[in-house]
Design a protein around this ligand. Structure first.
Ligand SMILES: [Zn+2]
Length: 170
């Protein structure tokens, strides 16, 4: 901070520890970093840790998690993770999420995505990635709106329920 950087990265977290161990360490770092400059938490991409970190004052994130999950057929939705490769989706004509505006949800069914993923067609991973990145961008938009409207605690609770059992590394 004596060098007066434009912002500060917080690293060394999300390396396998539990969220209950990570958040106190994050609190300790945030306690000494300037509030009027961007604070960036490196390598965190799970929805619960993102909203918990924002609630503590983190401004920026980067993570491979949404794309890595997509390549394995795990989709992020408002009701939690969805494994598109499950047999129950074989004949589904439903989109991944009816409320999602992404190209994948507007044009392709769960059944088609499942087919692409089970035959290892690369387009499947691409379409799943488009959805997961759209969902993450929508999430940060929801977080911004929740802060503005004073409903961040409700969103924290909603994500804690939907994504119970998901660790910071996925
Ligand atoms: Zn979508």
């Amino acid at each position: 901070m004596a060098l007066d950087f434009d912002g500060y990265a917080i690293g060394g977290l999300s390396v396998g520890e539990r969220r209950s161990q990570m958040l106190p360490a994050l609190d300790a770092a945030l306690a000494v970093l300037p509030e009027d400059q961007p604070r960036y938490l490196m390598g965190v991409g799970d929805p619960v840790t993102i909203v918990e970190a924002v609630a503590r004052g983190v401004d920026m994130f980067d993570c491979v998690l949404p794309t890595r999950l997509a390549r394995h057929g795990t989709l992020l939705t408002d009701s939690g993770r969805l494994n598109i490769k499950r047999a129950e989706f074989a004949c589904s004509g439903e989109p991944v999420s009816a409320s999602c505006g992404c190209e994948t949800c507007r044009r392709y069914s769960r059944g088609y995505l499942r087919h692409l993923m089970t035959v290892a067609e690369p387009a499947g991973a691409t379409l799943c990635t488009i959805h997961n990145l759209t969902w993450m961008l929508d999430l940060v938009g929801r977080i911004r709106r929740a802060i503005a409207s004073g409903t961040l605690d409700a969103l924290r609770h909603e994500l804690a329920v939907s994504y119970a059992g998901m660790n910071p590394g996925g």
